[in-house]
Design a protein around this ligand. Structure first.
Ligand code: CP
Length: 301
């Protein structure tokens, strides 16, 4: 593959290959060197986990990293993003990790740049559309503890309608054959259509006997005026607390892509509790992003 844009463009075999390489890196701590390559982190929305883990992933692969944002690049002077990428490519940069608020921007850039073999675009989150590297590291984390996906009941709780993470996870869980998937949200935050799994507005119904509960951040910045919900009402009906988690299996994995709004969608006792895999997700992100970068540079089929 030349770009890493969204889960629906990956095959089952490509996903298996990425998981295998990420697990290999984690197990061996032995990494190949791609020191003749360069990577640019172009983040036009804030990020801690994704930006830093792509940077660490590149460092582990001996790839120098350049960090740019709209504020500190010539885009603040009117340059368009295609020209910014061509300019950086002329200096020898081939890998572009891009986060942007516009749905589909990375795909549009990939189309615009054509099949320039030496340019690889990695989607680090586009609007409410996709966050494929997050979905991949989430899958890696689940499989480490619960390897039989077809037997699992997974629930995703939160603002599904505006979540690029949920979008990518639904595609990934569908492709990999997760046994049961439930999307849990107030009606106004449920998607118009569900192509895999089922939707419910009841937290109890959604997480009952779940093996994995993935809690999403309440993304207030993405809501339209008529989509706001009183946070205390949301908390009352949908927060993961020690009490509500009792609906799920006793060995449930609690996950959250971060950043976490403590005391809103999840309580400290749950996010810091023994069932929490939140920091494991963060740690696995570095290995998964190494696998993604490697697959682009080796042009894995
Ligand atoms: N999960 C995630 O995308 O977190 P950041 O916004 O910190 O990158």
């Amino acid at each position: 593959m030349n770009h890493f844009l969204e889960i629906s463009q990956l095959s089952y075999n490509q996903i298996e290959q990425l998981l295998a390489r990420a697990n290999h890196f984690k197990k061996t701590n032995q990494y190949p060197s791609f020191s003749t390559h360069r990577l640019a982190n172009l983040f036009y929305e804030n990020s801690t986990r994704t930006r830093v883990s792509f940077e660490l992933a590149a460092h582990n692969l001996s790839i120098p990293v350049i960090n740019l944002s709209s504020a500190n690049s010539s885009e603040s002077k009117g340059e368009n993003m295609g020209d910014t990428i061509r300019t950086l490519a002329a200096m020898g940069i081939g890998l572009f990790v891009i986060r942007h608020s516009q749905d589909g921007l990375q795909q549009a850039l990939a189309n615009q740049l054509g099949n320039t073999e030496s340019i690889h675009i990695i989607n680090a989150g586009d609007g409410i559309h996709a966050h494929p590297s997050q979905a991949m590291l989430d899958l890696m984390t689940i499989l480490e503890t619960k390897p039989f996906l077809s037997r699992l009941k997974i629930a995703i709780v939160g603002n599904i309608r505006h979540s690029r993470v949920a979008n990518s996870l639904v595609h990934l869980f569908s492709l990999m054959g997760v046994g049961e998937l439930t999307l849990v949200a107030p009606d106004i935050w449920l998607p118009d259509s569900v192509h895999y799994g089922r939707a419910t507005n009841s937290l109890r119904d959604g997480i009952e006997d779940a093996d994995v509960v993935i809690c999403l951040r309440v993304q207030r910045e993405r809501l339209l005026d008529n989509e706001h919900i009183d946070l205390q009402t949301y908390r009352r009906d949908y927060a993961l607390t020690t009490s509500t988690l009792g609906y799920a299996k006793s060995d449930v994995m609690v996950m959250h892509p971060g950043p976490v709004n403590r005391g809103i969608e999840i309580d400290d006792e749950v996010s810091d509790g023994t069932q929490s895999f939140i920091l494991r997700q963060v740690a696995n992100g570095v290995y998964m992003r190494m696998a993604i970068i490697e697959s682009l540079l080796l042009k894995a089929p």
